[in-house]
Design a protein around this ligand. Sequence first.
Ligand code: HEM
Length: 401
Amino acid sequence: MVLSFRIHCLWSGGFFMVSSPNSSVSGFREQELSHYYMPWMEIASNLPLMIENHELRVRVDTMPLLSCHFLKGHREQYLAHLLLSCITMGYVWQEGEKHIPKVLPRNLALPFVEISRTLGLPPILVHSDLVLTNWKKKDPNGPLEIRNLDTIVSFPGGESLKGFVLVTLLVEKAAVPGIKALVKAINAILQSNEDVLLQALQQLRTSIDEMAKALRQMHDYVDPAIFYAVIRIFLSGWQDNPAIPDGLIYEGVSEEPLKYSGGSAAQSTVFHAFDELLGVCHSKESTTFLHRMREYMPPSHRAFLEEIHSAPSLKEFILSSRSCLLHEAYNQCVKALAELRSHHINIVAKYLLTGAAKAKDGGLDCLTGPPQALAEKGTGGTVVFSFLKSVRNTTLEGIID
Ligand code: HEM
């Protein structure tokens, strides 16, 4: 019982607060930072234009050095991390892969590192910034649907950039019933209640199917050439990236350059959580990367994953049960997760391969030309297709005969 209680607390106190559409996080919309932080807000809200006009670096260089002490509560702190991380990505990648600065100036680096330490996040744009924090409702009383949603901060890329962020948010939203089902499943195992476990697994499978449905909306809202040539570079980091091999000096923080991976939905907690529950084991290399991505999640998400990992094994419970229905429900979840990953591979093929071909064909009015350094790699730094296929295949190996 202690365990089930703790999982519930972590869920409602961590993940839910950052990402749930039902939580008061939608209050971000009203929660601009106080007047003191106006210099950050003004720059962040004009990022696309300042980048396109090549004036962001000059604006940042003359920005006052502000303290994080006046941020009230975790919502303002997450919002500050979002603003500073987007300003940082814009600052580094303003000129594409040319003239990349070696140093992040202290008036940006110091508060960014300070707020990152407070939140337990790295000082770079992470999935929880770009997606979980970065949305608002146009009509506060309207539905949480894409036509009523907008981003708080944008990069160049117009409607495709917004589509990329908001479709990813809708995938996370579709996962919320699955996370609730996961907690229910663990509690059912603790109480050896097969009926409730069966129900929980059926709910989990439905939720994974809904995630796949939400993911398919990417085709409707994001243009592959714009994603490839314009958007992607702003998600790129300074680890495993040949364009910036030495990393970045955070002035006033460290004299040595620091290296961080770019933003990637591999930092989304929900896939890790479902893998943990279902007992999916990936290859050593994939696991090393995925576990490194956990360092880019909010600490409450990491703790949530550790709780699931240390809970009694679902797979062992299923194997020791005589219920064919339970076996089948478990296998359906594993298959649905593998199918979701296959859909994702198709999307990645379209947005990286077709996107690259279209961008090379030219005709796209992009800032600096398509980035070259990550042509074979993801923004998280992986060799994309062998990694994604390996993860999908090891998911399928979880099926019980
Ligand atoms: C245009 C859309 C997308 C592209 C081009 C894309 C690309 C990639 C790439 C290249 C990777 C490899 C890791 C890296 O180096 O970053 C990756 C991993 C991953 N992506 Fe995406 N992605 C897209 C959308 C999404 C969405 C909407 C989700 C769902 C929230 C998602 C979830 C994941 C997950 C969970 C991984 C880790 C591998 C796994 O667990 O299967 N991606 N993605």
